[in-house]
Structure formats: structure tokens, C-alpha cells
Design a protein around this ligand. Structure first.
Ligand code: FES
Length: 195
């Protein structure tokens, strides 16, 4: 077990350069404008998230450097954030990066069982990537959607109200490149009471 995605990737995996796409550059400029000029650090998190999405789900060293220069803040401040929060990956992840919440509310609703079964279905442990690069797996603390426990985040989307059957269906669909429904996998909408 462990989270290998927080280890800075080896040199051979690090790209030579990183810069925002034109579209992300415009978005980044808008994000910076949302905060007072003397709080430029406030933009670090949304910019890191954007950089990560642009780079197939992980942050290379060049992206940390780029965000630091873009905001004119010390690189250490950006690195501190990138290494602290579980949602940032510092080494490559699979096409579908699965983050399964096992904090108390999700645990009480069966997340440990989901995790154990998932390891068998995709054949990897936490901190690992499948050989075909399709899935990577991480165990995380509360994803902030306990009202729909148990919750799993895959890339940027949440899948909620899972049970063994709906979770297996979800993983099978992703494995076969089929469309999946985000949010609750039960009959309820959002967090409305169960009928
Ligand atoms: S405990 Fe799992 S989302 Fe909060």
C-alpha cells in the first residue's frame, strides 16, 4: 500500500517543458483576477488543477516551475501545496485514476469491501497502475460528499451511493470505453431522501 503518485517522477518521465494551452492561459488569467493582487498564492490550487488536467492527470516538475513563474510566487510554495493535497499527483497515473474514500462515513457504508473487490477486479494495489495503463488506484480521506457515501472519484468526476454491483458495472464500462453516469449510482437524485 502507499501513495506512489506523491513521489516526484523519475527524470526520464519528466517532460522538457510545460506551458498552458491557449485556452488554459485565458482561464488562468481570469482566475488570477478573482483574487486581490497581494494574494497571488490563492490562485496556486486552481492553476495546479488545470495544469494537472492538461498533463494527463499528473504534475511534472516543469508545471510546478511554470505555475510559480506565472504567479510570481516562490516555487517552494507551489511545491508545498502540490505535495500536501492528495488530489495532486506528481508521477504518471492511469487513464482512469480511481480515488476511493475510506473515511468513516464511507467505511460504514461499505467502502473497505469496495476497495478489496476493486483490487481483484483490476489486479492492482493502491499506489499502482495496471499494465495496460487503464487504471491507477489511490485510497483517500473524505472527498466531501459523505451524504452520498460510499464515494469514489475517478479523474475529475464523483461516483456516489455505490454498492458492489453498481461499482462493478461502472468499472466494467470504463474498462470497455463505454459512457458512464456521474453522481449517484442509485435511483436518487443528488442527496434527496431515498424513496
Ligand atoms: S467520508 Fe467519504 S466522502 Fe466523506
Amino acid at each position: 500500500m502507499g501513495n506512489n503518485f506523491k513521489k516526484i517522477a523519475n527524470e526520464e518521465l519528466q517532460p522538457d517543458n510545460f506551458s498552458f494551452s491557449n485556452e488554459n492561459l485565458l482561464k488562468a488569467k481570469d482566475i488570477v483576477k478573482m483574487y486581490p493582487k497581494n494574494y497571488r498564492e490563492s490562485s496556486i490550487m486552481p492553476l495546479l488543477s488545470m495544469a494537472q488536467s492538461q498533463n494527463d492527470g499528473w504534475l511534472p516538475k516543469k508545471a510546478i516551475e511554470y505555475v510559480s513563474k506565472f504567479l510570481n510566487v516562490p516555487e517552494m510554495k507551489v511545491l508545498e501545496i502540490a505535495t500536501f493535497y492528495s488530489m495532486y499527483n506528481l508521477s504518471p497515473v492511469g487513464k482512469h485514476h480511481i480515488e476511493i474514500c475510506t473515511t468513516s462515513p464511507c467505511m460504514l457504508r461499505g467502502s473497505d469491501n469496495l476497495l478489496e473487490k476493486l483490487k481483484n477486479w483490476i489486479g492492482i494495489n493502491t499506489g499502482e497502475i495496471t499494465d495496460d495503463n487503464k487504471f491507477s488506484l489511490n485510497r483517500v480521506e473524505c472527498l466531501g460528499a459523505c451524504v452520498n457515501a460510499p464515494v469514489v472519484k475517478i479523474n475529475e468526476n464523483y461516483y456516489e451511493d455505490l454498492d458492489l454491483q453498481s461499482f462493478e458495472e461502472l468499472i466494467n464500462k470504463l474498462s470497455n470505453n463505454k459512457n458512464v453516469k456521474m453522481g449517484p449510482q442509485s435511483s436518487r437524485k443528488g442527496s434527496e431522501p431515498k424513496k
